[in-house]
Design a protein around this ligand. Structure first.
Ligand SMILES: NC(=O)c1ccc[n+]([C@@H]2O[C@H](COP(=O)([O-])OP(=O)(O)OC[C@H]3O[C@@H](n4cnc5c(N)ncnc54)[C@H](OP(=O)(O)O)[C@@H]3O)[C@@H](O)[C@H]2O)c1
Length: 294
């Protein structure tokens, strides 16, 4: 039995599709099972509730060989590190009490970069990994750069002003990956019941690109000029607070973006194993273009 958290999320829903297609027994934990497609509900075991709840994970992990673990972002959290750790602690207890064999978790690039101690959200993700690993379970941490899919949050701006923004230097090249590839890597790890030990599994996409290069690709694919606008870091903080983020969340994102500008995502060497197939151009044609034109 494979247990999946966040089956309605970006990564989670694609992962569930992959596992169901492989005809593997799957149990999902969902706060609101009616948000799952009826076709999926009919093919999986559903435990209703939040995976931060000790009683819920205790029920869900009973008889589980493997668990896919993802801590959902909380825009209003008063403490980012406490959020990741408190959310994960009950699951660690259930992993131990039920003798779960393997955990595959969503984490982030940065370990070994020298920047990870002050990288906000990434620092919190890495502390979460340490907590899971301390149980002794066999573990693979999916370590990612920024997702291509984050660009969907800028569709309105692309339509209205022909621009997108970030705080990164326009010519800083970095990896980026598609959530469909993260789901495919997670599915591969979860369907393999033979691995042991504790390691990172980086998911780096096929190439490093700068924001200026992304703007060129988007212009080409969308058939209209798209420009990259570098936002001052203080502007990001002010914008997040204005949109209702807690001080802690705004500070954690600012710290992470500063660390990324200093090379947080550039320390992991690209290998054939960490190179995933979906290019930014392909993602723009298949996902961004319909969203911008729709
Ligand atoms: N975006 C990036 O560039 C990036 C890079 C590296 C790592 N990450 C990590 O990737 C993760 C985000 O993955 P994603 O994009 O797939 O997530 P997502 O699409 O935002 O999905 C969030 C999921 O969490 C569920 N959820 C929300 N609050 C919950 C709660 N309190 N209790 C239980 N379930 C809850 C939601 O389900 P319902 O609302 O249906 O209940 C939904 O299934 C984060 O851990 C982030 O740190 C992101």
């Amino acid at each position: 039995m494979i247990v999946i958290t966040t089956p309605t999320g970006d990564i989670g829903h694609q992962l569930v599709e992959n596992l169901v297609a492989a005809e593997e027994p799957v149990r999902v934990i969902a706060r609101d099972p009616s948000r799952l497609p009826a076709r999926i509900r009919a093919q999986v075991d559903v435990v209703e509730g939040s995976h931060s709840d000790a009683e819920v994970v205790d029920r869900a992990f009973d008889g589980a060989d493997s668990v896919f673990w993802l801590v959902p972002p909380d825009f209003r959290t008063p403490s980012v590190s406490a959020r990741y750790l408190e959310f994960t602690r009950p699951a660690c207890e259930a992993v131990t009490s039920h003798g779960v064999g393997r955990v595959v978790a969503v984490s982030a690039l940065g370990r070994g970069s020298g920047l990870e101690a002050n990288a906000g959200l990434v620092t919190a993700s890495l502390a979460m990994e340490d907590l899971i690993c301390a149980t002794g379970v066999s573990y693979r941490g999916l370590t990612m750069p920024g997702f291509m899919d984050n660009m969907l949050r800028q569709v309105d701006g692309i339509k209205a002003t022909g621009s997108f923004s970030s705080t990164l230097a326009g010519d800083l090249k970095a990896p980026t990956c598609a959530t469909r590839d993260i789901a495919a890597v997670a599915a591969r790890m979860l369907l393999d019941h033979s691995w042991t030990g504790q390691q990172s599994t980086p998911v780096l996409g096929p190439e490093d690109l700068s924001c200026n290069q992304m703007a060129e690709i988007m212009s080409d694919v969308l058939g209209r000029a798209v420009r990259y606008q570098q936002q001052p870091i203080d502007g990001l903080r002010t914008d997040m607070l204005a949109r209702g983020a807690s001080e802690a969340m705004a500070n954690a994102v600012v710290e992470m973006m500063v660390a990324k500008d200093h090379g947080l995502d550039n320390a992991e060497p690209r290998t054939p194993e960490s190179t995933t197939p979906t290019s930014f151009r392909q993602w723009c044609a298949q996902v961004l273009k319909p969203a911008v034109l729709g």
